[in-house]
Design a protein around this ligand. Sequence first.
Ligand code: 5GP
Ligand code: ZN
Length: 136
Amino acid sequence: MNDCVFCKIVRGEIPAAVVLQDELTLVFMDIGSVNPGHMLVAAKPHVENLQGMDGELAGAMFRSAARAARAIEAVFRPAGISVYQANGAAAGQTVFHAHIHVLPRWENDGLTFTWPVKHPSREELEKVAALLRAAL
Ligand code: 5GP
Ligand code: ZN
């Protein structure tokens, strides 16, 4: 993808502070870091989102996320670590090249996330689960 910013980083055409890489992933610092240590795990091939990953790439992405989390743990000894991954503009995705955010967390660090819980019935949950099973 010629004009994709993360493809350009993967190809080395624009600079990034790289932390680790393997055959399928590149991990680098987020220029819009929420906290120091905020990294992005990007797929090396251009895939737009999680739905576009095959099993091998999805596995490699989470393996690199786990390595990034262990590095955060060792360096920052944070109060917590968050993993965030957005698919689609409505979900908050702004760069349409698949990536996972991994970042250290601290009490009252200002990062908030509302989680508007509904309480569907057991029957409703079973109905939706059946639809999803049929789509696998
Ligand atoms: P999204 O909102 O799609 O989940 O996250 C995209 C992230 O990419 C943002 O946190 C933003 O700061 C980061 N980002 C956008 N452009 C660049 C760039 O050129 N270099 C780096 N290192 N990060 C970028
Ligand atoms: Zn791309």
